[in-house]
Design a binder for this molecule. Sequence first.
Ligand code: HSE
Length: 434
Amino acid sequence: MSRTDNGPLRLGVAGLGTVGGGVIRLVTAQADLLAARCGRPVQVTAVSARDRNRDRGLDLSPYTWHDDPVALAGSDDIDVLVELIGGDDGPAKDAVDTAIAAGKDVVTANKALIAHHGTALATAAEARGVALNFEAAVAGGIPIVKAMREGLAGNSFSRVYGILNGTCNYILSAMRDSGRDFADVLDEAQALGYAEADPAFDVDGVDAAHKLAILTSLAFGCPVNLDAVHIEGIRHVSAIDIEFATELGYRIKLLGIARLTDHGVEQRVHPCMVAEASAIAQVGGVFNAVVAEGNFVDRVVFEGRGAGEGPTASAVIGDVVDVARGIRLPAFSVAAKDLNAIDPAPMDRHTGPYYVRLSVLDVPGVIADISAILRDQQLSIGSMLQRGRDPGEPVPVVLITHESEEAALARAMAQISALDSVVEEPKIIRIESL
Ligand code: HSE
């Protein structure tokens, strides 16, 4: 009945963790406002979670309980499945498949699910005429999906990028503020609850890659292709690189970047040096930011909280409000059948400036040897910095290249590493011109 009358829109919430609790609290606290904005009440009618007896600080007695999220998804007491279970397969996927097949709209915060199965789910949702909305899957409370689908729909995009993982941004910001190393700050982030006990998804860049794959599809109208994302995390970023970055006028951020190039679309997640004066460099702590570059709008910058109960619930309910208003848009801006595969641009064709830190023995001729290799690979150096003077001992030497191709840089680094006077693997951080 949800489509044709002004009766309540009935939500079935699957997953009652932090976000599920937030959704129930928001719907309760904002009931009048939502009814006014939607022209009809929005109610949670049924819920499902693993443990019925866990104390969540919520009164669940008004809601029908389902032990099985798939039963919730197919039940007659709901119009919309709000999937907050997480995970790219298993109960989350089963519940979403069931809801779509049953003709129910789906709102999900599940980035892994959309990154892995987004195109197939969008195809199924469109065939059934239901919504597949996932605002909360990308950058938490920032309404970037809606912005790309709607407000920026008149633009062709050349690049979309952002700080898509708050845990990494917190760690890199704290490393910069305190001069401490990664492992030390990670321990602290875990103690404060900013990083998971198993931080791999965050610090190894996987979480950001899920979000980037979704943004890429929205920006370029291509099927979601997580496999095409080049992923590097932040474990190898060291205090000394952060110190050099500061000295050179940069900050180090883990960015997700989707960029249209002559070789196809680049999708990459890796630590970047960005100019201190750029908008993205100012975004610290657990905050996220997304920048979209469109041919008519130019550059737009969004910043906000990328996680947490309130911001994520806010994004989920934004999607619910669309359904309550009868708005159902193609999940990735264009109909799923019209998504066009675009060649992924190989990383070895990536071009840009690079930061390279070498650890070299402080002996005569070493810089000449390095320079000769760079010359032979046609790599041009913008600046060079040597720290300290310690004859016969290793000292750091930092090079900033001009715009260079990654393949040439890799060839040069292989030769430089083989020099007797170079005592560690070169540390390389891409510089993103913003
Ligand atoms: N773990 C994510 C982050 C939030 O640290 O940003 C949820 O995607």
